[in-house]
Design a protein around this ligand. Structure first.
Ligand code: FAD
Length: 375
């Protein structure tokens, strides 16, 4: 765990002890007294303890109340420590002098994947600190759509011919017991019902008349979006399939086969966190990232002049990459997909455990269609 990694509270509680001034660490036992630490007392009297934190890396003070998932510290390497890491344990004081250690189960990627199959193998309340890693991906078959994922939507619209209006953003939806009236680009469409499948991050661009009820509006407003950026560099020479991770810069560079099985003369790179995107200077253009790819993959003959950089935070129709479900940012699936009169809701953010994936988007559409057929 690199020094400076965010440490989030595993459980809610009261901050009862903070040490943050040390900047020394090492293997020797006498280093023990130099560990920066944070202790949070939980409602049941147990103490959650976070050790070896960075100098000045405690972001809360004694007396603060924190919630599970709050950012409370930055990890470090102080005290008796063989390398940068977070030591976390839970203690139960017994009589003022003695205590017992409370077993803690950590919420790992494996546990999250177990949950996709309906098995609960982890206890989220005990280890939110490790669960802030974004959506996991399960052990299921994966597929690519030749020509891009929009091919699925365009294929579906073909059967609807000119009843589909593209490049006409919906501006207003009036709804009631008698159906819906949808205004888009100067035209009005009436219908018995509507499925709203725009990302939660941009739904505030649509005026609902009357406004959406509180539970739906709050659930939509609470959805947080992850960030991602992609850099595509054409290659002057073919390269076999490969994937390399830059650990310090937190991005992947990969080469793959074309749909016909031949080489695809492009190096793709993916950065999937705000921190990585910032480190790569994406806001200023592709140059720093191209240099990092060249350092990482000197074997690839990249044509930097034809680079294509894509970002999603600045796309006005998504304002983010995909919904993020974590303990600090929960998706209220029940409220997100509950119909409101003639309005039905779809989109990956409504797909519960399948959120953030194409699979979730497709499943949510089928669920909404079944609601309409059953209505
Ligand atoms: C970089 C990146 C990599 C990804 N990689 C994978 C992957 O490997 N595997 C995977 O399964 N998933 C991946 N995903 C996620 C996947 O792309 C999404 O989960 C999926 O596209 C979501 O579909 P959706 O229909 O819910 O939303 P979207 O595809 O975002 O569609 C919403 C549509 O609503 C439109 N819209 C917005 N406002 C309005 C309005 N007012 N009126 C009309 N239309 C409007 C938008 O233009 C958009 O076309 C990735 C996403 C990103 C960004």
């Amino acid at each position: 765990m690199p020094e400076g990694s965010p440490v989030c509270a595993a459980r809610a509680g009261l901050v009862v002890r903070v040490v943050a001034g040390f900047d020394r660490g090492g293997r020797a036992r006498e280093m023990q007294e130099f560990s920066n630490l944070l202790i949070i007392q939980h409602a049941d009297g147990t103490l959650g303890e976070y050790l070896h934190l960075q100098k000045n890396g405690v972001l809360v003070k004694v007396g603060d109340e924190v919630k599970a998932g709050d950012l409370v510290a930055r990890s470090g390497n102080t005290g008796c420590s063989t390398g940068p890491h977070l030591h976390f344990h839970v203690r139960q004081p017994l009589d003022g002098y003695t205590w017992r250690s409370v077993p803690v189960r950590f919420w790992t990627t494996e546990a999250a994947e177990g949950n996709r199959g309906g098995r609960r193998t982890g206890e989220p309340e005990e280890a939110a600190v490790l669960a802030e890693s974004g959506a996991g991906v399960g052990g299921f078959a994966t597929h690519s759509v030749a020509g891009g994922n929009q091919g699925i939507a365009l294929g579906l619209t073909r059967r609807l011919a000119d009843r589909v209006q593209l490049r006409a953003p919906v501006e207003r939806i009036a709804w009631g017991a008698d159906g819906v009236r949808v205004n888009a680009a100067g035209s009005e469409t009436t219908a018995d019902a509507a499925v709203i499948a725009v990302p939660a991050s941009v739904i505030d661009g649509i005026v609902f008349d009357p406004p959406l009820p509180g539970a739906t509006a709050s659930a939509l407003a609470a959805v947080r979006y992850g960030q991602a950026a992609k850099l595509f560099l054409p290659l002057a020479e073919d390269a076999p399939p490969s994937a390399t991770l830059s650990v310090p810069d937190r991005f992947w560079t990969f080469t793959q086969l074309a749909p016909d099985g031949g080489p695809l003369p492009v190096a793709g790179s993916f950065a999937g966190s705000p921190l990585a995107i910032e480190r790569l200077g994406v806001a200023e253009g592709p140059d720093r990232w191209i240099a990092a790819v060249r350092d990482l993959r000197p074997d690839l003959a990249v044509r930097a002049e034809d680079a294509v950089l894509s970002t999603w935070a600045d796309d006005p129709w998504t304002r983010g990459a995909y919904s993020a479900h974590s303990f600090a940012s929960r998706l209220d699936e029940a409220a997100l997909c509950r119909p409101v009169g003639p309005l039905h809701f779809a989109g990956e953010h409504t797909a519960g455990e399948w959120h953030a994936l194409m699979e979730g988007a497709l499943r949510s559409g089928i669920r909404a269609a079944n609601e309409l057929i059953g209505a």
